[in-house]
Write a protein that binds this ligand. Structure first.
Ligand SMILES: [Zn+2]
Ligand SMILES: [Zn+2]
Length: 440
């Protein structure tokens, strides 16, 4: 051991009036000494100090080499002996039993966990202040507590600690463990945060009239009223609810949230290979779901209305990733266009000139979208005359182009438009999305 470490440790013992505990002493040099835990490090340090000092100093430091009996001394000024108290309650497993009882009470299925703790704020502050004062770059007291409890809990639960993406976070509140309750473990509170699961897939909407997400009643804002038959909703079903009902039932989750890669209007079908989505299930008690089985159950439940394919587990950030409607995202639509005058097949050829469209925010969404002009590209167009006033339009465009307005011109707010090129009034009678993707 280098002399500087020994010197610093002696200073620290001096500074704390010789009352620093082995845990706290060891922790301050956790980057200098190899040992199983900080308490062991503290013991090693005291021995080294005793050896390196001459006999006159030996007695002063040697007493710390023995097992510290904390009632014999003043309390450790850093942790107020909370670490010894925790040790005691880990040795008799009282803390572990308390945590396990909570998990069993909640009846939780999980594959890994993270352990966190709460201790008095001033204690943590004092610990960190001392690190700054002595210019030590080591872990704080809370990290030591979390690790020591986590280590034992791993063994007890046969599950591993996971820092990045834990299934559950176990929070042990130790704020009152030093209280002089006859049974201090009663003062320890355990709270468990159950992290959500995320399921990714692609959905089809086979019929018109279903919104993508649950739409609260405009009148009562979801509380339930006469207008909505006490459902609190504008529409009885949604793409969201038709899948989340089944997944919630299987996962015993608290609630669900549906994140779509954009959305189509209520009267627009979603066909082809479908639209990507992420379903978030909050506070699931069961998380190892058999998604193949669930897909079958979901698709039976929603048969004839919606369909959900390629279900798989995914990560939290995926919900943001699929929402970003980048300019690279292309969409293909099928529109049924109705004209106020007869239109000839060769006149439809004019629509091939549709390429760069300048589109002012449509009037029908102006109340919730910023008023601005967007420029979007049409990649490909084909037409198919159905009768003298009706034709089918297959159009591949850059994401974010409003198709209904591209057809009607929206009183000149979309330029150029189908109506303008054909010199008549055209409206979009039906619309289907037939492809959503990143393919160019
Ligand atoms: Zn201490
Ligand atoms: Zn209502």
């Amino acid at each position: 051991m280098d002399s500087e470490t020994i010197k610093k440790a002696m200073d620290l013992i001096e500074l704390t009036n010789e009352n620093i505990c082995d845990h706290c002493l060891g922790r301050k040099f956790s980057d200098k000494i190899e040992a199983e835990n900080n308490q062991e490090r503290g013991k090693i340090l005291r021995k080294e100090i005793a050896i390196s000092n001459n006999s006159s100093n030996l007695e002063k430091y040697e007493k710390y080499g023995k097992d510290r009996k904390y009632e014999k001394y003043e309390k450790c000024p850093i942790c107020e002996d909370i670490l010894l108290k925790i040790d005691e309650n880990l040795k008799n497993e009282a803390i572990l039993e308390k945590i396990i009882a909570k998990i069993e009470y909640l009846d939780l299925e999980f594959n890994n966990f993270l352990l966190g703790s709460k201790i008095p704020k001033e204690m943590l502050q004092k610990d960190e202040d001392l690190n700054n004062e002595l210019d030590l770059d080591v872990e704080n007291i809370k990290k030591e507590i979390n690790r020591e409890i986590g280590k034992l809990l791993e063994k007890k639960l046969q599950k591993e600690v996971e820092f990045e993406n834990p299934d559950i976070v176990i929070m042990v509140d130790l704020n009152n463990i030093l209280k002089t309750n006859p049974n201090p473990i009663d003062e320890v509170k355990v709270r468990i945060q159950i992290n959500p699961i995320f399921i990714e897939g692609r959905y089809l909407k086979l019929i018109r009239g279903i919104p993508q997400t649950k739409w609260p009643c405009r009148k009562c804002k979801g509380r339930g009223c006469k207008d909505c038959n006490d459902t609190g909703k504008m529409y009885e079903e949604s793409v969201e609810e038709l899948i989340s009902e089944i997944v919630l039932k299987n996962s015993y989750g608290r609630s669900a949230k549906f994140h779509g890669a954009g959305r189509e209007d209520i009267d627009v079908r979603m066909l082809g290979t479908g639209r990507p989505f992420v379903l978030e299930i909050k506070e699931p008690k069961v998380r190892n779901l058999n998604l193949e089985k669930i897909a079958i159950e979901v698709n039976e439940h929603s048969a004839g209305k919606t369909q959900y394919n390629d279900l798989k587990f995914t990560y939290r950030n995926r919900k943001a990733e699929i929402k970003v409607s980048s300019p690279d995202t292309y969409k293909t639509y099928r529109a049924l266009v109705e004209c106020d005058q007869e239109v000839e097949e060769d006149k439809l050829e004019k629509l091939q000139t549709l390429n760069i469209i300048k589109q002012q925010t449509p009037q029908r969404v102006a109340h919730r979208r910023a008023d601005k002009i967007r420029t979007r590209e049409v990649k490909n167009i084909s037409t198919n005359l159905i009768d003298s006033k009706t034709f089918e339009l297959i159009i591949k465009t850059q994401g974010g182009l409003y198709i209904k307005e591209l057809i009607s011109s929206d009183d000149g707010r979309s330029k150029p438009s189908v109506s303008e090129l054909l010199e008549l009034k055209a409206i979009c009678k039906e619309l289907d999305v037939i492809e959503v993707g990143n393919d160019r």
